[in-house]
Structures are given as structure tokens and as C-alpha cells.
Design a protein around this ligand. Structure first.
Ligand code: PMP
Length: 517
């Protein structure tokens, strides 16, 4: 691909190679002569960095507003919150996406390992899903459940078939927060109890009700949102007071020592004691629900001792509560070993909430529960204009087919396990990489000042590594209560070559940070 650009004598062509960074490998030639005019003034990648894996998709050139204008409008016409969440010092301006790739408005390609926050499940603009969307767009965009139309029923049946008995009744929403709000409402109606327990560090959404469930100060406002919501200590076997070298269900264990006898986990007992304390001190004798993510997402891919959820579910049920699994991030095969994250904990929840990956980025969510619990919802009328929209259902249905056809769950397991095992080698090499964990393609890399203290690496240091990783062509996420954990939750179509590319870039970003000290 060649593009004419100006040079001092306005005689240059730019030869653009499809490399890790199109902009950085430009070489200018005098037009027609083939004579080297000058190497690109921009910095070249350090020689040891590999080339970005090839991609034969060609994005359309960007012809929209300038970056300056886009930022100006954001600043003046969009809520200031949208400036606050812009992820980088030098923001990324996205133009187009295809599978695991994103292109910015300058035509630069990025490997997307964050998937619009764990949301693009099968790949950006996956051709099969796009085709299903186009087909439905031409037939019917919208109607509501006041009429009967096939897409909603077809999808409900398909989704329910992927959940174990008795989780067979589906209610469709537009987002994860909405699904969680409804789950709380149903739990309260069904049990006749009010109080809900969540884990510290959890994120369950941004609606007034869901911020009550969320246990992370950054997402809380000084308003009365938490009535009836309580939390218990997160059984974080790396950062928490207890944890060892066998606790979690991950290809990589913590660096902490453990003296438990086989089959017994003392850390689990201690965290369960904390929950018992909450029962004894904080909630009434009967509760409505326990809410838990199978692996904390925004909290930084935090994993619990293997038996924690199973024992918790039993205790919660003894208190009259229902157990709700928030699968907004862990569902749809992301954890690799199973389709749902809860299956990795050997539990069957009473309700499952989902969103994000459900429709590969199209706004949608769902609550799936038992017929008995669902019937309590019918005590009143709940109407949702867009929930179960035919377009959303057609897309979500195609996503389910694609997960199966593309074997993305198996790919999550293979590539995710490989990536974590290799990241663990970097953890052993660098003092500031404290922990590597996760399952499948739900991965966390927790950064520390040093391994002995496990104190979180400060936000400015995190930001440096984060920005550098992006500047070298890879987008990842950040999370954790202290913003100390890098999050890797890519579209589930990434390859081992992509993983290798990221590993080299991340290694370099960490090295650059250390060398700058
Ligand atoms: N639950 C979890 C586990 C989430 O990660 C999120 C979003 N980050 C939500 C709920 C809320 O979903 P939404 O943003 O679609 O409302």
C-alpha cells in the first residue's frame, strides 16, 4: 500500500508495510526514483520486538472529524464523566474493528486484548454475526414483547438450553446493571427478605441499585444507594490476609506459601469465617440474596479458594437467601473450561445474570432463573421497551452459534492457559509483577512495589506501563480496587501468535519502566 505524503521537496512516497505499527516503519522514497530520501523521523521499534501478527483485512480510510475537534466536542458537549474514563494520556481514536484488531483514525492497527471491556466475545464485526444483524435489520428492527415474534422465543430457548436445570426461565434486558437490578428485585419478591450480600471489590453495575451491590469506592456516590446491601471480605488469595500456593482454580498459583494438607484449604475456612461474622453482626437472620462473580472482573480477575462459593451458597440458602451468579464477564465460554463461570465452582445458582459478551457488543443483558423464582416477578407488571428486541435477539442467537462453530471456548482455554503460563515466567523475572491469575481469557496481572510487601504499584507507574503497551500496539485493561491489576480479556478469537506478540510488548513495557527508574 502506498500513500503520497509531502516531504521537504514534496517528492516523496511513503511505503507502508503491514507491521506492528504502520506509522513507525515508514520509509520515504523520492517519487519514481526509488532513491531513499529519509527514514521516517518517528521512533523505530527496539530490534528485539517482534512484528505484529499479520492481518489481511483492510480498514476503510477515516474521513471524519479531526482528533482535536472530537476531543473538543467531548469536552464541551458530553458529560465530563466521558473525559474521566478516557483511558490513556494520549487517547486512542478508534475508527474500525475486525476480529481481534482495531484501527485508529490514522490507520494504525492495535491488537485488542480488552474487547471493549470483556464484551466483544467472538470478534469485532464478526462476519457471521454481522450478516445475521444485516438480515434482521432489513426485516424488523423493533417491536416489543407486547407482541409475539419469533426472535425472542428462539433466543430464549437456545439460551436456556445452555443452562443446567432448573435455570430455564429467561428475562431479557439491555445491560448488565439492568439485569442485576432485576435479579435483586426478584430475589426480594421471592424470598420476602431484603438484605443482599456481595463481595468486597466487586462490580455489579452503575444504576442506583447496582452501585449498592458494587463494592469499590471509585464507583460509589455519596447518595443513599446501598439500602439493604452489605459486603463480606473478598477471598482474594493473593492480596487478602490468607492465601497460599494451591487455593485457586487457575493454571498459575500465587507466590505465597501454603501449609495445608491436601484437599483442605485453611484460607477458605478463614474467609468463610468472615462471612459467618457478617451473618452474625450485619444482616437480619433471613436474607434475600448473595451476589458473586465467579471471577471478579473490574476487581482485577480475583479468584477465590476453590470451595468458597460452594460453601457460601450453602450458608446463604440456610439463611433463606438465593444465590446469584453475575456472569456478565465470565459467561459465554470466556473461562475456557466451562460455558459459565459458576460451573468451575461446582455450584448451581438460583439466578444467573449476563450481558457484555452475550451479543458481541450489541446492547443486551439477561436474567435466567427458575420457574418458581420467576413467577414471583409476575406479582406486578414489569415492562421493558427494548428488552428482547428482535435485532438484539437475532444477534445474540448468532453469537451462540458462532461460539460453537468457531470453538471460541476451546480457544479461550488453549490460548488463555498458554498466555498465563508465559506471563508467570515474567512474574518470576520481575519484582513488580506480583501475581498472574485467571481462567481462559479472563486474566489478571497484579503489579506490586515488591513481592515481599505486595503493596500495589502506584497509579502513575501503572499508567506508564499501560501507555507504553498501547504505544507499542496492544490495548489491555486496568482494574483492581487500587487500580493495580492489568486485565486481559480479549475477543476469544485471539491466537498464540497474538499472545506471543503481547508477551514481547508487555515484557518491553515493564523493562522500559524499570530502566527509567
Ligand atoms: N456486572 C459485572 C461483573 C460487570 O463487569 C459489569 C460491567 N463492567 C456490570 C455488571 C454492569 O454491566 P453494564 O455496564 O452493561 O450495565
Amino acid at each position: 500500500m502506498y500513500k503520497v505524503l509531502s516531504c521537504r521537496n514534496r517528492q516523496c512516497l511513503l511505503g507502508i508495510t503491514d507491521s506492528w505499527n504502520a506509522v513507525d516503519v515508514l520509509v520515504k522514497f523520492h517519487r519514481g526514483s526509488g532513491v531513499l530520501c529519509q527514514k521516517s523521523a518517528v521512533k523505530h521499534p527496539p530490534p528485539e520486538l517482534p512484528e505484529m501478527p499479520l492481518c489481511d483485512f483492510r480498514p476503510e480510510p477515516y474521513q471524519g472529524m479531526s482528533k482535536e475537534r472530537l476531543l473538543e466536542i467531548r469536552k464541551h458537549s458530553c458529560n465530563p464523566m466521558t473525559m474521566k474514563v478516557t483511558y490513556y494520556k494520549k487517547p486512542v481514536f478508534i475508527n474500525q474493528g475486525y476480529m481481534q484488531w482495531l484501527w485508529d483514525v490514522d490507520g494504525r492497527r492495535y491488537l485488542d486484548l480488552f474487547a471493549g471491556v470483556a464484551t466483544v466475545s467472538v470478534g469485532h464485526c464478526h462476519p457471521k454475526v454481522t450478516e445475521a444483524a444485516e438480515k434482521q435489520l432489513k426485516r424488523l428492527w423493533h417491536t416489543t414483547p407486547i407482541y409475539v415474534y419469533p426472535q425472542m422465543q428462539e433466543y430464549a430457548e437456545k439460551l436456556a438450553s445452555l443452562l443446567p436445570d432448573p435455570l430455564k426461565v429467561v428475562y431479557l434486558t439491555n445491560s448488565g446493571s439492568e439485569a442485576n437490578d432485576l435479579a435483586v428485585l426478584m430475589a426480594r419478591l421471592y424470598t420476602g427478605n431484603f438484605d443482599v450480600i456481595t463481595l468486597r471489590g466487586s462490580y455489579h453495575g452503575g444504576s442506583p441499585q447496582a452501585t449498592g451491590l458494587t463494592s469499590n469506592a471509585a464507583y460509589k456516590y455519596p447518595i443513599a444507594s446501598s439500602l439493604g446491601c452489605h459486603n463480606t471480605m473478598c477471598p482474594d488469595v493473593f492480596r487478602g490476609p490468607w492465601g497460599g500456593s494451591h487455593c485457586r482454580d487457575s493454571p498459575v498459583q500465587t507466590i505465597r506459601e501454603c501449609s495445608c494438607s491436601p484437599g483442605h484449604c485453611q484460607a477458605n475456612d478463614k474467609y468463610i469465617d468472615q462471612l459467618k461474622d457478617v451473618f452474625a453482626t450485619t444482616v437480619p437472620t433471613r436474607i434475600a440474596a448473595f451476589f458473586g462473580e465467579p471471577i471478579q472482573g473490574v476487581g482485577g480477575a480475583v479468584q477465590y479458594p476453590k470451595k468458597f462459593l460452594k460453601e457460601t451458597y450453602q450458608l446463604v440458602r440456610e439463611k433463606g437467601g438465593v444465590c446469584i451468579a453475575d456472569e456478565v464477564q465470565t459467561g459465554f465460554g470466556r473461562t475456557g473450561s466451562h460455558f459459565w463461570g459458576f460451573q468451575g465452582h461446582d455450584v448451581i445458582p438460583d439466578m444467573v445474570t449476563m450481558a457484555k459478551g452475550i451479543a458481541n457488543g450489541f446492547p443486551m443483558g439477561a436474567v435466567v432463573t427458575t420457574a418458581e423464582i420467576a413467577s414471583s416477578f409476575a406479582k406486578g407488571v414489569h415492562f421493558n421497551t427494548f428488552g428482547g428486541n428482535p435485532l438484539a435477539c437475532a444477534i445474540a442467537s448468532s453469537v451462540l452459534d458462532t461460539i460453537k462453530e468457531d470453538r471460541t471456548q476451546e480457544n479461550s482455554s488453549d490460548v488463555g492457559t498458554y498466555l498465563m503460563t508465559e506471563l508467570a515466567k515474567l512474574r518470576d523475572k520481575y519484582e513488580i509483577i506480583g501475581d498472574v491469575r485467571g481462567k481462559g481469557l479472563q486474566i489478571g496481572v497484579e503489579m506490586v512495589k515488591d513481592k515481599a510487601s505486595r503493596d500495589p504499584l502506584p497509579p502513575e507507574a501503572m499508567a506508564e506501563i499501560f501507555e507504553d503497551t498501547k504505544d507499542m500496539g496492544v490495548l489491555i485493561g486496568k482494574g483492581g480496587v487500587y487500580g493495580q491489576t492489568f486485565r486481559i480479556k480479549p475477543p476469544m478469537c485471539i491466537t498464540k501468535d497474538d499472545a506471543d506478540f503481547f508477551l514481547a510488548i508487555f515484557n518491553q513495557a515493564v523493562l522500559n519502566y524499570i530502566e527509567r527508574r
